[in-house]
Design a protein. Sequence first.
Length: 148
Amino acid sequence: MVDARFDSFCINNNNIMPRLGKRSKSRLKGVDHRLVHLLEEVVKYFDITVIEGLRSQERQNELVKQGKSKTKFGKHVKGHAVDIAPYPIDWNARDDFHYLGGFVLGIANRLGYKVRWGGDWNASSLYKGKRTTKDNSFDDLVHFELLD
Ligand SMILES: [Zn+2]
Protein backbone atom coordinates (compact mmCIF):
# COMPACT_ATOMS: atom_id res chain seq x y z
CA MET A 1 0.00 0.00 0.00
CA VAL A 2 2.57 2.52 1.14
CA ASP A 3 5.29 3.30 -1.37
CA ALA A 4 8.32 1.11 -0.73
CA ARG A 5 10.61 4.10 -1.32
CA PHE A 6 9.60 5.34 2.13
CA ASP A 7 11.73 2.55 3.57
CA SER A 8 15.00 4.24 2.76
CA PHE A 9 13.99 7.25 4.83
CA CYS A 10 12.67 5.22 7.69
CA ILE A 11 14.43 5.36 11.03
CA ASN A 12 12.59 2.19 12.04
CA ASN A 13 14.10 0.26 9.15
CA ASN A 14 15.45 -2.54 11.31
CA ASN A 15 13.42 -5.53 10.06
CA ILE A 16 11.18 -5.39 13.12
CA MET A 17 7.73 -4.26 12.06
CA PRO A 18 6.67 -1.58 14.54
CA ARG A 19 3.10 -1.96 15.73
CA LEU A 20 0.63 -0.16 17.89
CA GLY A 21 0.99 -1.03 21.56
CA LYS A 22 -1.66 -2.80 23.62
CA ARG A 23 -2.93 0.38 25.21
CA SER A 24 -3.11 2.16 21.87
CA LYS A 25 -5.01 -0.76 20.35
CA SER A 26 -7.53 -0.83 23.18
CA ARG A 27 -8.09 2.90 22.68
CA LEU A 28 -9.01 2.24 19.05
CA LYS A 29 -12.05 0.12 19.95
CA GLY A 30 -15.11 1.49 18.20
CA VAL A 31 -13.04 3.68 15.89
CA ASP A 32 -13.78 3.54 12.15
CA HIS A 33 -11.70 0.84 10.41
CA ARG A 34 -10.22 3.38 7.98
CA LEU A 35 -8.59 5.32 10.82
CA VAL A 36 -7.36 2.09 12.40
CA HIS A 37 -5.86 1.05 9.06
CA LEU A 38 -4.27 4.48 8.66
CA LEU A 39 -2.61 4.34 12.07
CA GLU A 40 -1.40 0.79 11.50
CA GLU A 41 0.40 2.10 8.41
CA VAL A 42 1.72 5.25 10.10
CA VAL A 43 3.22 3.37 13.04
CA LYS A 44 5.42 1.35 10.68
CA TYR A 45 7.43 4.53 10.07
CA PHE A 46 6.65 6.91 12.90
CA ASP A 47 6.29 5.75 16.48
CA ILE A 48 3.00 7.00 17.85
CA THR A 49 0.68 6.50 20.78
CA VAL A 50 -3.11 6.71 20.74
CA ILE A 51 -4.48 9.13 23.33
CA GLU A 52 -8.18 8.81 22.62
CA GLY A 53 -10.52 7.29 20.06
CA LEU A 54 -14.21 6.76 20.67
CA ARG A 55 -15.69 9.23 23.16
CA SER A 56 -18.96 9.20 25.07
CA GLN A 57 -21.41 12.08 24.63
CA GLU A 58 -21.03 12.89 28.35
CA ARG A 59 -17.27 13.32 27.99
CA GLN A 60 -17.73 15.40 24.83
CA ASN A 61 -20.12 17.72 26.68
CA GLU A 62 -17.57 18.08 29.49
CA LEU A 63 -14.77 18.97 27.04
CA VAL A 64 -16.94 21.62 25.39
CA LYS A 65 -17.66 23.08 28.83
CA GLN A 66 -13.93 23.22 29.54
CA GLY A 67 -13.24 24.91 26.18
CA LYS A 68 -11.17 21.96 25.00
CA SER A 69 -13.53 21.09 22.20
CA LYS A 70 -15.64 23.27 19.94
CA THR A 71 -18.30 20.87 18.77
CA LYS A 72 -21.21 19.44 20.68
CA PHE A 73 -21.38 16.37 18.44
CA GLY A 74 -17.72 15.89 17.69
CA LYS A 75 -16.37 13.21 15.42
CA HIS A 76 -14.96 11.32 18.40
CA VAL A 77 -18.50 10.49 19.48
CA LYS A 78 -19.08 8.76 16.13
CA GLY A 79 -15.71 6.97 16.12
CA HIS A 80 -14.59 9.15 13.21
CA ALA A 81 -11.68 10.81 15.01
CA VAL A 82 -8.53 9.87 16.89
CA ASP A 83 -6.07 11.79 19.02
CA ILE A 84 -2.50 10.60 18.65
CA ALA A 85 0.97 11.85 19.56
CA PRO A 86 4.57 11.04 18.67
CA TYR A 87 5.89 8.46 21.13
CA PRO A 88 7.37 9.05 23.65
CA ILE A 89 5.20 12.13 24.19
CA ASP A 90 6.91 15.47 24.68
CA TRP A 91 4.21 18.13 24.89
CA ASN A 92 6.79 20.88 24.38
CA ALA A 93 8.04 19.45 21.09
CA ARG A 94 5.55 21.31 18.91
CA ASP A 95 7.53 20.68 15.75
CA ASP A 96 7.21 16.93 16.26
CA PHE A 97 3.43 17.24 16.22
CA HIS A 98 3.56 19.18 12.97
CA TYR A 99 5.93 16.63 11.50
CA LEU A 100 3.53 13.84 12.47
CA GLY A 101 0.58 15.84 11.13
CA GLY A 102 2.08 16.08 7.65
CA PHE A 103 3.16 12.47 7.79
CA VAL A 104 -0.32 11.19 8.68
CA LEU A 105 -1.96 13.29 5.95
CA GLY A 106 0.53 11.97 3.40
CA ILE A 107 -0.14 8.34 4.30
CA ALA A 108 -3.91 8.98 4.36
CA ASN A 109 -3.64 10.38 0.86
CA ARG A 110 -1.81 7.25 -0.35
CA LEU A 111 -4.55 5.09 1.15
CA GLY A 112 -7.33 7.19 -0.39
CA TYR A 113 -8.79 8.37 2.93
CA LYS A 114 -9.95 11.96 3.30
CA VAL A 115 -8.59 13.08 6.65
CA ARG A 116 -8.53 16.46 8.35
CA TRP A 117 -5.91 17.44 10.93
CA GLY A 118 -6.52 19.73 13.93
CA GLY A 119 -3.32 21.62 13.12
CA ASP A 120 -4.74 22.73 9.76
CA TRP A 121 -8.54 22.63 9.93
CA ASN A 122 -9.08 24.34 6.59
CA ALA A 123 -6.32 22.24 4.96
CA SER A 124 -4.91 25.45 3.52
CA SER A 125 -1.45 23.94 3.29
CA LEU A 126 -2.80 21.05 1.26
CA TYR A 127 -5.41 22.29 -1.14
CA LYS A 128 -5.34 26.06 -1.43
CA GLY A 129 -1.68 26.56 -2.20
CA LYS A 130 -1.11 28.80 0.81
CA ARG A 131 1.31 26.39 2.49
CA THR A 132 0.61 27.53 5.99
CA THR A 133 -0.73 26.26 9.28
CA LYS A 134 -0.40 29.74 10.79
CA ASP A 135 -4.00 30.58 9.89
CA ASN A 136 -5.22 27.78 12.15
CA SER A 137 -7.58 29.41 14.64
CA PHE A 138 -7.81 26.52 17.13
CA ASP A 139 -4.84 24.16 17.39
CA ASP A 140 -5.69 20.58 18.22
CA LEU A 141 -2.43 19.05 17.07
CA VAL A 142 -3.23 15.52 18.24
CA HIS A 143 -6.56 15.35 16.38
CA PHE A 144 -7.24 13.58 13.07
CA GLU A 145 -10.72 12.97 11.69
CA LEU A 146 -12.40 11.47 8.65
CA LEU A 147 -14.09 13.93 6.31
CA ASP A 148 -16.60 11.45 4.90
ZN1 LIG B 1 -9.60 14.80 18.91
